[in-house]
Write a protein that binds this ligand. Structure first.
Ligand code: SF4
Length: 454
């Protein structure tokens, strides 16, 4: 591994060596899997969808279904309209989804395919639907693709009848099914009627029954997406993931919304629950007060091992900011905070958080390269690394304790079943972080010190 000076790292702009993101259709596909009886459809070549499906399957250890327009040279030159229409007909005939969600790829974007008009021209079977969004992978990241697909569903399906249905739309952001289950549990405890969109719980964490079901029982229904147009309010969780679809819904159906951070850590969860209390007119129940108290108790018990430790965090912007909030609450120093997703707002937000906790010398970067992060760590090391599986080479090379959190986690099992949001999620993260630090101590300390941490 090279060891570049800070100036050499700062000066290299034209090349990404180790990206901290993946392509838009991965996010679009994951979003569409959160809609009940939906077949995600990739308008491009087979190689793209094969990669996207495999990538999601490696993270969730579940089948990620999707169909493809199967571009070859002909479609690449003359346009993919006939491929899309033939593909959609075959998908409805053979796999019988209620809805097909089409996203584009680099190739179909580059040749300028007008997917919206292809869908309008398609002879739609009765009772079936299709939506689409544009997901050029040379723009943004999988997070961009995720919210573009959400916006696509809203543009096609959400409708305002003029009568509010009393429900609150919850846009959970790009999170795991375990997080969505936790958000639903919180909304239930707060007695707040809601529509979760999208909802991959019950789809990407469905139980083994012995029978394969192409469309498991989970997912937001088409009726629920339509009813978002009559929602009384939307809670858009994660400003970089959920603001755009909330905005699209507001413009189309006049549904007001609040953008909140992903509820990670104490303050983020407090903020969500206070907003839920306001919307539902319900007091925060004792059960949640107790969970908060348990979290604070564990953080206090273990704070000797956290205080002043330097942490590098990388991944998706909202997840990284949520993790930053938590480590700040734990008394740690978020020395490096990076995301591969572009957008200046990330750096501004991270610096606001540093300033709030009086942190100096911390760096935040969007559109970041993990190669740069590694170089920063070589120049000034950290005590802990938190992020996706792509951090494990850095952790190994620099012998840094490593906690896997965010997307993708390809080399561990069951992680997507457990939340990192809410007080329960924060408690789990505190456990993972503390134990990673203690494991490292046990492995590297002198023999006579091995019983010191008791
Ligand atoms: S060609 Fe584009 S859409 Fe296809 S896998 Fe590569 S980056 Fe993604």
């Amino acid at each position: 591994m090279l060891n570049l000076t800070p100036k050499e790292i700062a000066d290299r702009k034209a090349l990404t060596i180790n990206p901290c993101k993946t392509c838009q259709p991965v996010g679009a596909l994951y979003c569409a899997l959160g809609v009940h009886k939906c077949m995600p459809h990739s308008h491009g070549s087979q190689g793209c969808v094969s990669y996207h499906r495999t990538f999601l399957t490696r993270h969730f250890k579940e089948p990620a279904i999707a169909s493809t327009s199967s571009f070859t040279e002909g479609a690449s030159v003359f346009g993919g309209g006939s491929n899309l229409k033939t593909g959609m007909k075959n998908v409805f005939d053979i796999y019988n989804p209620d809805i097909i969600a089409v996203h584009t790829t680099c190739l179909s974007e580059t040749i300028g395919d007008d997917v919206g008009s292809y869908i309008m021209d398609f002879d739609m079977p009765e009772g079936k639907l299709a939506v689409h969004t544009n997901t050029p992978s040379y723009v943004g990241s999988h997070v961009t693709g995720f919210y573009n697909m959400m916006s696509g569903f809203i543009k096609y399906l959400a409708e305002s009848t003029g009568t509010k249905n009393g429900k609150v739309g919850i846009f959970p952001g790009f999170v795991n099914p375990g997080d969505i289950r936790e958000l639903k549990r919180l909304a239930g405890l707060m007695e707040m009627p809601y529509i979760m969109f999208p909802d991959q719980s019950g789809v990407m964490d469905s139980p083994m029954t012995g029978n394969y079901e192409m469309y498991p029982k989970g997912g937001t229904t088409i009726e629920e997406i339509t009813a978002l147009g009559d929602a009384k309010h939307v809670l858009a969780l994660g400003m970089f993931t959920s603001t755009e679809p909330a905005n699209v819904l507001d413009r189309k159906c006049k549904v007001p919304y609040d953008v909140l951070p992903l509820p990670m850590g104490i303050e983020g969860t407090d903020e969500l629950l206070m907003k839920m209390a306001q919307l539902s007119g319900t007091e925060i129940p004792q059960a949640l007060e107790d969970e908060r108290g348990q979290l604070v108790d564990v953080m206090l018990d273990a704070h000797f091992y956290h205080h002043g430790k330097k942490v590098a965090i990388f991944g998706d912007p909202d997840t990284v900011l949520g993790l930053t909030a938590l480590v700040l609450e734990m008394g740690m120093i978020p020395k490096y905070v990076v995301t591969g997703t572009p957008g200046e707002g990330f750096e501004i937000k991270a610096k606001e958080m540093f300033a709030k906790f009086g942190m100096e010398g911390c760096k935040a970067k969007a559109a970041a390269d993990l190669f740069d992060l590694h170089q920063w760590i070589k120049n000034e090391s950290v005590d802990l690394l938190i992020g996706s599986s792509y951090g494990k080479q850095i952790a190994k090379a620099e012998e840094i304790p490593f906690v896997r959190a965010g997307f993708p986690v390809l080399d561990r099992y069951a992680h997507s079943y457990f939340p990192i949001v809410g007080y329960k999620g924060a408690l789990r993260l505190v456990e993972l972080i503390t134990n990673a630090l203690l494991d490292h101590f046990d492995r590297t300390c002198a023999d006579e010190d091995v019983d010191v941490v008791l």
